[in-house]
Write a protein that binds this ligand. Structure first.
Ligand code: CA
Length: 245
């Protein structure tokens, strides 16, 4: 069955053009012209991916993203007319997976969509197969096979992108990863400096998912001018004889 994409864009001509192109290359595209209609469409039949314009009449794209994220980890690509860094970062902080600045080529958009679907496919294939033994680090258990991270037994709600980043960090506690190192974990061939800043937004979201107090992180630490690292945690009593490496 074709993967379904919800195109939320109030400019009729642009929405139509995107939908035509996506349909032509084999996706099941449907459209909404405003945020409320998008949320209704989402609730009626959750799509496999959402393309979300920021400037919409009534409820803006940020609010739509916020509401979608409350119920779903569906991939979201934000569409922005303004090349402002703040817009991109807000979108990513709300849990968007990627963004496109208008005007963009539909081919480039399709390439980004394919990249995201590839990640999601890897994610679910891994979730179904028995992967390597879970890694225990302090109060965390990383089950890469199931693509799951738990802290003190509770699952951390992470999107596919966020999981890949935190998995890379926690496998080597104490090692400092540059933004470029982490970007490499989630994006293919997008190693520009501007794109590296998006890692900061992802880290912010990951902290919300794994830190008891995201404003004062204990686990995912910022190393000034260098990048990020996962804190080295003491072995917990319950872990003795566990699978520490
Ligand atoms: Ca618009």
């Amino acid at each position: 069955m074709a993967q379904s994409i919800l195109v939320v864009e109030d400019e009729n001509s642009l929405r139509g053009m995107i939908m035509d192109y996506l349909t032509a290359i084999g996706y099941a595209a449907r459209g909404s012209a405003d945020g409320l209609a998008a949320l209704k469409s989402f609730a009626a039949e959750p799509p496999d991916l959402v393309l979300l314009d920021i400037m919409l009449p009534g409820m803006d794209g940020f609010e739509v993203a916020r509401q979608v994220r409350r119920q779903s980890t569906v991939p979201i690509i934000m569409l922005t007319a303004r090349a402002e860094e703040a817009d991109k970062l807000i979108g990513l902080e709300l849990g968007a997976d990627d963004y496109m600045v208008k005007p963009f080529s539909v081919r480039e958009l399709a390439a980004r969509i394919r990249a995201i679907f590839r990640r999601v496919a890897m994610h679910s294939a891994a979730a179904q197969s028995a992967g390597p033994a879970p890694l225990v680090h302090g109060e965390f258990i990383l089950d890469y096979g199931k693509r799951q991270l738990t802290r003190s037994g509770a699952a951390c709600p992470l999107t596919a992108v966020q999981f890949e980043i935190v998995a890379r960090l926690i496998r080597q506690p104490g090692r400092v990863f540059s933004r470029a190192d982490l970007l490499d974990a989630v994006a293919e061939g997008l190693n520009s400096e501007a794109y590296e800043r998006t890692i900061d937004a992802h880290i912010k979201n990951i902290r919300k998912a794994v830190e008891p107090d995201p404003a004062n992180p204990r686990y995912i630490l910022t190393m000034r001018n260098a990048g990020y690292k996962f804190a080295e945690l003491p072995v917990m009593a319950a872990d003795t004889g566990g699978r520490h490496e």
